[in-house]
Design a protein around this ligand. Sequence first.
Ligand SMILES: [Zn+2]
Length: 124
Amino acid sequence: MNTKTKKNTSGIPDDVIIGPYTYNVVIRKRPFVANEKEHPKETAGTDLLGYTDTASHRIDIAEGVPPAAMADTLLHEILHGVCDVVGMCESEDVNEEKVIRMITPTLIDVFRRNPKVVEYILTA
Ligand SMILES: [Zn+2]
């Protein structure tokens, strides 16, 4: 753990399995500012809420935001991992960031409003 990370007391699990990969989830202190070396897909200086490195299988999540926002960010970053597994990130016809930003909040809303459906999906 370096000085940019902190002990994970968020309740977010330390890892998440996405396809064949296990991603390490790391909680980052805010401001969690993008730099070119660590976050080549982001604009340098941007205050990030999350970042997924599909090469090292690491998901960074910024602390200091409400739990619902951290959950939204975690799902958003998981979807980046999903896009990597299915090869969507390599498509020039799809704006991965735009699609994920559009889907994530509504997907969370569907999960929250339909716990029986989520339970069914998880146990089917
Ligand atoms: Zn994103």
